[in-house]
Design a protein around this ligand. Sequence first.
Ligand SMILES: NC(=O)C1=CN([C@@H]2O[C@H](COP(=O)(O)OP(=O)(O)OC[C@H]3O[C@@H](n4cnc5c(N)ncnc54)[C@H](O)[C@@H]3O)[C@@H](O)[C@H]2O)C=CC1
Ligand SMILES: O=C(CO)COP(=O)(O)O
Length: 324
Amino acid sequence: MTIGVIGGGAWGTALAQVLAETEHVLLWAREPEVISGINDAHENRDFLPGVTLSPRIHATGDMGELARVSTWLVVAPAQHLRRVLAASPLEHQPTLVLCAKGIEAGSLLLMAEVVADVAGADLPVAILSGPTFAGEVARGLPTAVTLACADEALGETLTARLARPAFRPYYSDDVTGAEIGGAVKNVLAIACGVVEGAGLGLNARAALIARGFAEMTRFGLARGARAETLAGLSGLGDLVLTCSSPNSRNFTLGLGIGRGETVADLLAATRTVAEGASTAPVLVEAARAVGVEMPIAEGVAALLAGAPIRETVARLLARPLKAE
Ligand SMILES: NC(=O)C1=CN([C@@H]2O[C@H](COP(=O)(O)OP(=O)(O)OC[C@H]3O[C@@H](n4cnc5c(N)ncnc54)[C@H](O)[C@@H]3O)[C@@H](O)[C@H]2O)C=CC1
Ligand SMILES: O=C(CO)COP(=O)(O)O
């Protein structure tokens, strides 16, 4: 085995498939049926059905096996990252490439900050983020991502290590910027889904994307991100992707809310994660903590808490007029 992946959801499986073009991949998954499906039938029917997986992917439920590889792509959902890492053999000092998009509830920490909290700040960490629907990546369609790492030499090594003919990482040293773009776009994708579901029109969706990007940028700058990172693949690139397609689970959650379904029913009906649902209230809290206004994120958090759409939209439109 040459590289590890933690998390057998759609994204962990798709990344394993890309890496398996040239490497042997050890994939840790939680669900016994996912493990046996990958090892015996070369398919992850639960989270990425319809894709024949490489025989170079070996799935395991034993975290201890990860000690055999020194680089791990960590693809557990944001709210589970801390617990999953705490159960892993971190004492072997692996290099971690973090692939979840979110902010931890309670602590308000970004993913790299959670790692520093769990394992100490010395562990080498990078962020992989960008416009990447798992199904497309797994089918080998052309995709570009941001690979952010504060250590430039390590970032360039990882960029070369993870690149494949149709999978193109761009190096950045702006870890915070890459993290914030991915976390915030999920919340805005829910808003765009609501607009679609409630029939509010394409003008409204374009306005949400542009004003949502302004919110992402304000918050990012306040947290030390750089504007050009937010305007790149991991920010604007991913925002445009997820705000315009029902292939996005976050957009689809919003679509259901817009059509009048309850959030509880929508979340209960799926095993897949819509990170924006947990990120929205956390983002509102994190923005207030740095004195940044995020009215669209607040609107999404209100809708997720059960506020009526009509009132939430009216509140957004009634805000004082201001310069763009
Ligand atoms: N699916 C995609 O296209 C992309 C997903 N991502 C991000 O990757 C992360 C993982 O998402 P997916 O692989 O799509 O997940 P998924 O929605 O396909 O599957 C859910 C995942 O959550 C895990 N899970 C559920 N309960 C858990 C628990 N208590 N503890 C630990 N893990 C638990 C499951 O084992 C499974 O791996 C998310 O942060 C997502 O935003 C990023 C880019 C693309
Ligand atoms: O992050 C993603 C694409 O870049 C996947 O988006 P969803 O989680 O909304 O499906």
